[in-house]
Each structure stands twice: as C-alpha cells, then as structure tokens.
Design a protein around this ligand. Structure first.
Ligand code: ADP
Length: 609
C-alpha cells in the first residue's frame, strides 16, 4: 500500500518536473526570441547608421564636382577634347581617392560626355542614361538617388546624381547636364557574412538587393504587382531580371525566411531586415531547459538523499525501539519466569516437606504394621509355644515327683538324675522363652551383619513344636555361609512367616515336607523355602503380596505376612519372590545383597539374641 502510494508520488513528481521543464523551454524560447529580436534591432540600427553615413558621405560629392569649371566647360563645349580629357583624368583620380565605383557627366539628353572609367572597355562614355530615374530627377533640378544594376557594367550600385548649371551661382536656371556618382555597396554584404541570421536590404518595392544570403538577392519579400514590375522594367533597375518572391525559392534556400525585425534606411525608403535564426532561439531555449532539468535533477537527487537519510534515521530509531521493546519484554519474561521458578521451588519445597512427612508417617505406620504382624504371629504361635512349654513343665513336674519319691526311698542317685532332667527341661523352656522375648521386642532399624544360617535355625527352633505337632519334616541345608546387612529380628520375622506359610500349605498334604536352603548367587545371598504343598493357585499369585489378602479362614490368617515380609526384604535392598515347583509345591526365595565382610564361620557377628 505504502509502496503504491510512493510510486504514484514519484510518477506525479516526474510529470510535474517534465511540465516544469517544458514550461521553462517555452518561456525561455519566448524570452530568447524577444532578446534575439532586440539584439537584431540593435544590430540593424548600427548597420543602418553605418550605411547612412556612407551614403551621406558621398551625398555632396556630385554637387561639389558640378561646380568645377571643366565640368561646365565640357557641357558647354563637348567637342573640346582637351578639356574632356582633363575632366576624365580628374574624375578617375577622384574616383580612386574617394573609393567610389564611378563618376560621370551626362549632357541634357543623358549622353555621357566624361567618365572616370573613360579608358576601360565597359566605359560609360558615349552611353545614354536618360532612362534612369536619377537622371530625370537631377534634370528636374533635384538630387537624384537610385540603386540598381549598372547598365554598362552589370554591377549593382547606389547612384547619386546632381544637376549642373552653366552658372553655378544662378541655380534657378535650367540645368545643362547631370553629374552622377556610383557607389558600390558590396562590401556591406561582406561585413554581414559573419552573421548567422539572414540580413537583407530591401528597396521600396520589397525587392532584396543586398543580402548575406546571395540566393535571396533580387527576389521580393512579397509577389510584386504588375505596376511595380513595369516600373522595374522601365528603369532597368535590376537589369532585365524578373523579380520572383523568396517564397518561390527552393525550401532549403528559403530557410530562415519569415519573422524578422526591420529598420528603415535612407531617403529611398529602403528597409534593412534581420531574420533571427529560429535554431538559435531553440538552442537558447534548449540550454535553459537543460539547465532547469539539471537544477531539478540536482534538487530531486538532494531531496531523495535527504529522504533516504531521514528514512534510514527513522529505521534506526525504529529498530532501536524494537530492540528496547524486546529487551524490556525479555526482562519482564525473566522476572516472570524467575517468579514462577521461585513459586515452583516453594511448591517443591512444600511438597518435599509433605513427602517427608508422609514418608515419616509411612515408616512409622510400617513399623507399627511390622510390629502388629509380629504380634499376630506370636498369637498364632502361642498355642504351639504353650504346648512346647507344657511338655517340659509336665516333665519337670513328673521328674520332681519322681525325685521326691527317690529321695524318700533314699535313692539319691536316681533323685539326682531326675533333678538333672528337671534342670535340662527348664533350660529348654528358658531357651524357648528367650527366643520369644527376642522376637517380640520392637525393632529400631538397627543395622548389623546378619548370619542367615543362624537366623534360619532360630526361626526353625521357634516353630519346631509346630512342625513336630503336624508331623512335618523340616530340612535345613546350608550350602553357603552367607551374611547380609540388616536387622536380625526382622530377618527372622520374614523366615518365620515363610516357614509358617509352608507349614500351613503342607498341613493337608500326604507328604509333609519343608526344605530350607541357604546359598549365594554372585553378589546375592539366596534363602529358598520349598514345601510339598499344593502350590499357589493361579488366582492367588496376582494378589500374593497384597496386604490383607488371605485364603485362610478368619482367625488363622490376617493376609499381612507376605506383604510385611516383602517390605522388610525390600528395605534391606533385597527381593522376595514366589513360584510353583514343577514337582509340586511352592518355593519362596529371599534374595539379599551379601555383606562386604562375610564371616567364615557361623557365630561371627549376631545382632540379636
Ligand atoms: P496369611 O498367611 O495370613 O494368609 P500371607 O500373606 O502370609 O497371609 O499369605 C497369603 C496367602 O498366600 C495365603 O493365604 C495363601 O493362600 C498363600 N500362600 C502363602 N504361602 C503359601 C504356600 N507356601 N503355598 C501355597 N499358598 C501359600
């Protein structure tokens, strides 16, 4: 849009410039025309003055010669050869000095009696000029003036004639002859040659007789009427020529003819004419137009440069502004982003705090859960333990009764034996209770090296009565003495849980067998508990480690055992997995990272009693 407007503006400016140049051209042409006309008029004035002064200079020459005694004498005695000869001599002498074409004397009839060119082939002597107007006018007592082509010589000239009287001082008398001077004007033509403009001298009839354009000579400005033609023929002014108008000349020769300035000259009603050259006017106008175009071009270029400079300046200011805007926007965005980040940071911090809180809650809940699971297990074990304790208790009672009896009979040795039995039974009870005490105690996440074989044996011992009561064989195979880092109580909790489940699984089976093996696999210790039970049903596998999932009747199972066990093992960086054996039964595997310092023998470092 902007560019279209700009282009239209440029077109308009160019059109205005062209119009301005054209106007300057026209104005300059008019002005140049006027100037050249004025200059032409001044030039003509000078030429006219020059011409008139020349003509004037000779004006008195015939009169002065006319009073010479020899002139009168020759007219009165034309046969006096001596006088004629003297006069001829005088005339030719004066002619040379005065630089005129000819001086000659005619009698009343127009016959030439003496002439400056008396001794030349084309002499005037003997010729009659009565037909010439200047002769007639002089004879009439006036000064005769005429321009024409010489009858004898064929050369054009200006003729001045004067009457000659017998008595110079008695002029009112009749003239006895006429004396004439012919002046050549060709040299004027010479001086005009240098002028580019055509200059012409035109007679009363409008016939050009002198010109720097030779082709125009003896041609008329306008067609001549019959009367004028006749007059010219009668006076042989231009010899026998028929005068044609310049307009009839070939076009090329005519060039320059037309508009002109004129200046009247001499008493003969001549007109000096100058035809200002149109080419010169056009040239001058063209120069002015070129100057105007140049001025306009310089102006346009300057305006363009100023415009460009202003535009560049505007662009620079605009780009600076844009840069500033961008910088401000960036600053604003940075502030906004910083605030967002700060907010996000605060959010994260508060979320982290919440997470910590949740983790803390979880951990305490987990601990509670582990403890609850443990207590539940203790409850389950209570019957077995009670049985386990009842047996030695009943035995102690029987041994004590027997000891009393033996002591009463005086059989001290037998009584001592029974007391020994009592001691053994109570030691066994103490061991069971010690295990229970250790197991029931709340763990405090104590990390120590745990001997897996020892943990397995402690767990087996707690469940020993249960196994025996249900007639389940328990095989423990220690392939590798592995130690792990963790909590011994919790490790036992896991093992008791798995052994208990295995016991439950084989309860109904025909062959009741549970096998525990300790091994290692690379950097990991493996505890495998296999049973000869029915295996884990398909639909149970998916929920095996979910809390509160149980297939056991209420009162027997809580569904927490595997969930807790799994979380304990994971807390020790280990993994608890289960699978069904191809030969039947299930196998649970505890994988735990081996402790760096593996004790070489059982009984190294044990965390709990
Ligand atoms: P609970 O023993 O209280 O049911 P657990 O989480 O210890 O809870 O066990 C969940 C379930 O996994 C059991 O109810 C049982 O169905 C199944 N299960 C566990 N151990 C075995 C096993 N050795 N053989 C077959 N099924 C088992």
């Amino acid at each position: 849009m902007k560019s279209v407007r700009f282009k239209a503006g440029i077109c308009l400016a160019v059109a205005v410039a062209i119009l301005a140049v054209a106007a300057v051209y026209l104005l300059a042409a008019g002005r140049a025309g006027d100037d050249i006309h004025a200059a032409g008029a001044r030039q003509l004035q000078i030429i006219a003055l020059d011409l008139e002064s020349v003509l004037e200079r000779y004006e008195t020459l015939p009169f002065t010669l006319g009073v010479h005694p020899d002139v009168v004498r020759v007219l009165l005695r034309p046969d006096e050869n001596r006088t004629v000869q003297r006069l001829n001599q005088l005339f030719s002498q004066i002619q040379r000095h005065a630089k005129v074409s000819a001086i000659y004397l005619m009698d009343k009839e127009g016959n030439t009696l003496a002439a400056s060119n008396w001794n030349e082939p084309l002499t005037f002597v003997g010729r009659n000029f009565a037909f010439r107007p200047y002769f007639r006018e002089a004879l009439a007592g006036k000064a005769g003036r005429f321009y024409g082509i010489g009858n004898a010589t064929g050369e054009p000239g200006y003729f001045i004639a004067h009457p000659v009287y017998a008595e110079a001082l008695h002029q009112p008398a009749e003239p006895i002859g006429v004396i004439a001077v012919k002046i050549g004007l060709a040299e004027f033509e010479q001086t005009w040659r240098s002028s580019e403009d055509p200059i012409t001298l035109v007679d009363r009839n409008g016939v050009v007789f002198l010109s720097n354009r030779p082709e125009w000579r003896y041609h008329s400005m306008k067609p001549l009427d019959r009367q004028a033609q006749q007059r010219l023929a009668d006076t042989l002014q231009y010899a026998a020529r028929t005068i044609q108008p310049i307009a009839l000349l070939p076009k090329k020769v005519q060039a320059g003819f037309g508009d002109h300035v004129a200046q009247p000259v001499s008493r003969l009603g001549w007109q000096l004419m100058l035809f200002p050259s149109q080419a010169r006017i056009n040239r001058s106008a063209l120069l002015s137009a070129i100057a105007a175009a140049l001025v306009l071009s310089v102006g346009a270029i300057s305006a363009w440069a100023v415009h460009q400079r202003r535009r560049r300046l505007e662009e620079r200011i605009e780009s600076r502004k844009a840069l500033q805007r961008a910088a401000e926007e960036l600053d604003r965005k940075i502030v906004q982003r910083t605030q967002e980040l700060l907010q996000a940071n605060l959010d994260l911090a508060s979320r982290y705090a919440k997470l910590q809180e949740a983790e803390h809650l979880l951990r305490s809940t987990q601990n509670e859960l582990v403890q609850a699971g443990k207590l539940a297990m203790l409850g389950q074990m209570a019957a077995g333990v009670t049985h386990e304790l009842n047996q030695p208790l009943a035995a102690i009672r029987a041994f004590a009764d027997n000891a009393i009896t033996f002591l009463a009979r005086g059989q001290a040795a037998k009584a001592e034996e029974n007391l020994g039995q009592i001691s053994a039974a109570s030691a066994r009870m103490g061991a069971i209770i010690g295990q229970l005490k250790g197991f029931a105690r709340k763990s405090h996440d104590a990390v120590a090296t745990v001997d897996l074989a020892r943990s397995v044996q402690a767990s087996a011992m707690l469940l020993d009565s249960e196994f025996r009561r249900h007639g389940v064989r328990l095989d423990i195979e220690i392939l590798h003495h592995a130690a792990v880092l963790g909590d011994a109580v919790r490790t036992e909790q896991v093992l008791i849980n798995l052994l208990r489940n295995a016991l439950d699984a084989v309860e109904q089976a025909s062959e009741r067998r549970v096998a525990v093996s300790i091994d290692c696999d690379g950097e990991e210790a493996l505890v495998r508990i296999r049973d000869s039970g029915p295996g884990i049903p398909e639909d149970v596998v998916r929920h095996l480690f979910e809390p509160f999932f149980t297939t056991k009747p209420s009162g027997k199972g809580l569904g927490l055992g595997l969930a807790i066990s799994s979380s304990i093992v994971q807390a020790m960086n280990g993994q608890l997995s289960a699978r069904n054996l191809s030969e039947g039964g299930a196998e649970f595997t505890v994988r735990l990272p081996l402790a760096a310092d593996i004790p070489n023998e059982i009984g190294g470092q044990v965390a709990s009693a």
